[in-house]
Write a protein that binds this ligand. Structure first.
Ligand SMILES: Cc1cc2nc3c(=O)[nH]c(=O)nc-3n(C[C@H](O)[C@H](O)[C@H](O)COP(=O)(O)O)c2cc1C
Length: 161
């Protein structure tokens, strides 16, 4: 089982997670050695047990304008989720999946990159808006890879510098 903790403000990430969970379930049915995904959405009243075990975080990007290089790097909307992640043992946070909108150019998916530094965890993939089947397959493969790697080594991969 892969644990995935995510936040979704306007529903895109939620829609992608639904697609991803369905994809994982289909793969698992064809080959029981492939993991299913247990996804938990951040809410103010959530039971944060998911962070007690190895997990992945998924976060869309909400920044306050700018170009993401010289300015516009202040995170908005997802700060409560970040506060929650701050409570986790970073050793359990195996990787970050990011999302955003490519119209933001250099700022595409930037929050995931900020979290990578903050929690010393690799960005394992990015997808756009609600994603598609190809992105779901790619992200699932990456999640599996990092989970297997963790099971083998017993420690997470740090952020590649
Ligand atoms: C105010 C605002 C700022 C945003 N800033 C960025 C950004 O800097 N980079 C990016 O890639 N996407 C940005 N986005 C796009 C969102 O990340 C994208 O719509 C995402 O799919 C939202 O996920 P959600 O529906 O799960 O909340 C922004 C969207 C809004 C409304």
């Amino acid at each position: 089982m892969i644990n995935l903790f995510y936040v979704s403000i306007s529903g895109n990430t939620r829609a992608f997670v639904k697609r991803l969970v369905a994809y994982a379930s289909k793969v698992h049915q064809a080959d029981a050695s492939q993991p299913e995904i247990h996804a938990v959405e951040y809410t103010e009243s959530l039971d944060s047990d998911i962070m007690d075990h190895p997990f992945f975080a998924m976060v869309p990007t909400y920044l306050d304008g700018g170009d993401g290089i010289n300015n516009g790097v202040r995170e908005v909307m997802t700060l409560d989720f970040r506060d929650e992640l701050d409570q986790a043992d970073p050793a359990n946070l195996l990787g970050i999946v990011g999302s955003g909108n490519r119209n933001f150019n250099a700022q595409f998916g930037l929050t995931a990159k900020h979290y990578a530094r903050r929690y010393n965890s690799p960005v394992i993939g990015l997808f756009e808006l609600r994603g598609n089947d190809e992105e779901a397959a790619r992200i699932y493969t990456a999640l599996c890879k990092y989970q297997v790697d963790f099971a083998r080594r017993g420690v997470k991969r740090a952020l590649a510098r």
